[in-house]
Design a protein around this ligand. Structure first.
Ligand code: TYD
Length: 228
């Protein structure tokens, strides 16, 4: 009997500044999709593949000024290329949905706008590293950086109190202006790419944020069902 190929999985990224609750929201969406019988993999950037996880350690620990913004952009891109090759593309081809905590918009925002890496370089990197493999959907969790950093700091304090091994997150230690620029960049991305990006108010409760994401994901599921 001939096997009917499963349709390609959907690639969904979650983006935003610090403290928007991306990790929690990815988990909640994964649970909903799994309950519908959809295969889901949760992953993250930087990281997601063995080599990219090694790069993650280099990128996120130590001094804020350890890497220049251009070096960072190249290292994040190297990790992304490996992550796409080893995990994201094979999973999508098997029909698995990939939920990714950060992807190329983080490079646009953190290195591009907030870090002043020239737009031409960011565009060339995207052209060769990501090419056609943009996420089908990107949820941008938007909130006032004062609130986001407050939440992120509270989380750090909890980790420290439990004395777990903690890698200092260099990006959380940057100036407030950096976080304001980041937010503006994400708002611009959402405005410029409305078909891919959905802006979510992350100042709401966890349940309300999830409800907004789930309402949008259901539309995506309906569109896929109509096409099938
Ligand atoms: P992480 O600990 O995963 O934190 P968060 O909860 O904020 O996602 O740290 C990832 C950090 O890496 C985050 O501060 C954003 C930064 N980053 C970039 O600067 N460029 C990138 O391309 C990516 C993927 C992440």
């Amino acid at each position: 009997m001939q096997q009917i190929a499963k349709p390609r999985g959907q690639f969904i990224s979650f983006e935003g500044g610090e403290g928007g609750g991306k990790t929690t929201q990815i988990k909640l969406l994964a649970e909903k999709l799994t309950a519908l019988g959809i295969d889901v993999v949760q992953t993250r950037e930087p990281g997601g593949s063995e080599a990219a996880e090694q790069l993650r350690k280099l990128l996120l620990t130590g001094d804020v000024a350890a890497w220049s913004p251009i070096s960072e952009a190249l290292l994040f891109a190297a990790g992304r290329a490996d992550h796409l090759d080893k995990l994201i593309l094979p999973k999508l081809a098997q029909g698995t949905w990939v939920l990714c905590d950060r992807f190329l918009d983080s490079t646009r925002a953190y290195q591009g706008v907030a870090g002043n890496v020239p737009q031409e370089l960011i565009t060339v990197i995207e052209k060769y590293v990501v090419a056609q493999n943009l996420p089908n959907r990107t949820y941008i969790l938007d909130l006032d950086p004062e609130i986001g950093l407050g939440r992120a700091n509270a989380r750090m304090a909890e980790i420290k109190a439990s004395q777990a091994h903690m890698a200092e997150d260099r990006f959380e230690n940057m100036q407030m202006q950096f976080h304001l620029d980041l937010r503006q960049c994400y708002l611009d991305i959402a405005a410029n790419e409305p078909a891919r990006c959905s802006l979510i108010n992350a100042e709401q409760s966890v349940a309300e944020i999830h409800a907004d994401i789930w309402a949008d994901a259901q539309q995506l599921l309906n569109q896929l069902a109509e096409k099938a």
